[in-house]
Write a new protein. Structure first.
Length: 333
């Protein structure tokens, strides 16, 4: 294995000078720097970045924990975080919790043992105890898409209630009154606020959303198909459905197609997340678009600020949503 001493010998300098060239810790004469650079290339020397990182107490790595990277929404978000981190000189370690709090806790321990400089956590649930290990280790952390207002951490959230409200207003303006909803699996997830926003919009127009027409799914395609089946049994005259994410909305669309119902002529559908396939369905899906690129840039920016400045004052950033109107909804008489 080539060592720094081998480079120093070939370049006819001291090992200390080679270290200064590699780490850019001191001015080195350009001619000397050139000899060192050529020696490194000729010998194929690779610095021990781990040892150097431990000496500096930094690894230039960020941990990212997401609930499910097979979900296109989280896949897009993870890629955007990676791009934003890379642009700032940080590598990103991606971990999937699979919506399991036990797996999430295990990955937190793994990331801490690898001495990451910071962690971006999209949590499986709104439990606060999981952050204790991170805070006790003194590692900066930013949470995305979860409300944890009583913790001294940075939080970046989507205005999910506003997104649901936009859906409700859109359906009302199109004349819909018999509206069903495919909700998320838990009351504490961000999707619950989407239903709150939908209800608020309907109530403002004097429209009641019966509890039996709000049925929980689990954010998967298959659960959207199953819940759509049940909604039609409970309300055969349903004219519109709001699904708390796009995968469930597309599952609902599949069931409607299979039972001979036309979209949007018979039933209008709205989703949430604006995953890439939403624009490719037939018809293209109307959906709420969270600002995924802004999520990534802001979370990385705040995390690096904490890493480099030691800021401890928590910040909370709320990002707005947009309604992407496509062809899966229509006006009714």
């Amino acid at each position: 294995m080539v060592t720094i001493k081998d480079v120093a010998e070939l370049a006819r300098v001291s090992a200390t000078t080679v270290s200064h060239v590699i780490n850019q810790t001191r001015y080195v004469d350009p001619a000397t720097r050139q000899r060192v650079t050529e020696a490194i290339a000729e010998l194929g020397y690779r610095p021990n970045t781990l040892a150097r990182s431990l000496r500096r107490r930094e690894t230039r790595t960020i941990g990212l924990i997401v609930p499910d990277n097979s979900n296109p929404y989280f896949a897009e978000l993870a890629r955007a975080v990676e791009d934003a981190g890379f642009a700032e000189g940080y590598s990103v370690i991606l971990c999937n919790s699979d919506m399991s709090e036990a797996k999430e806790a295990a990955y937190i321990e793994v990331l801490l043992s690898k001495r990451v400089d910071g962690i971006i956590l999209i949590s499986a649930a709104n439990r606060r105890d999981k952050f204790n290990a991170i805070l006790q280790a003194g590692v900066p952390v930013v949470t995305v898409a979860r409300e944890l207002s009583d913790l001294p951490i940075d939080q970046i959230v989507t205005d999910n209630e506003q997104g649901g409200y936009l859906v409700g207003r859109h359906l009302i303006e199109l004349g819909h009154r018999n509206i069903g909803c495919i909700a998320g699996p838990r009351d504490e997830t961000p999707s619950a606020d989407r239903i709150v926003g939908l209800r608020r919009a309907l109530q403002e127009s004097g429209i009641h959303l019966p509890a039996e027409l709000v049925i929980r799914g689990d954010f998967t395609y298959e659960s959207g198909r199953q819940v759509m089946t049940e909604l039609l049994l409970r309300c055969p005259h349903l004219t519109a459905v709001f699904a708390a994410n796009d995968r469930m909305a597309i599952g609902a669309m599949n069931h409607l197609w299979r039972t001979g119902r036309r979209i949007p002529d018979d039933v209008s559908i709205v989703g949430f997340d604006d995953i890439p396939v939403a624009a490719m369905t037939c018809p293209p899906l109307t959906t709420v678009a969270p600002p995924k690129a802004d999520f990534a840039r802001t979370s990385v920016s705040l995390l690096i600020e904490r890493i480099t400045t030691g800021r401890t004052t928590p910040l909370r950033v709320v990002l707005p949503t947009r309604l992407m109107i496509r062809e899966s909804c229509r006006a009714i008489v």
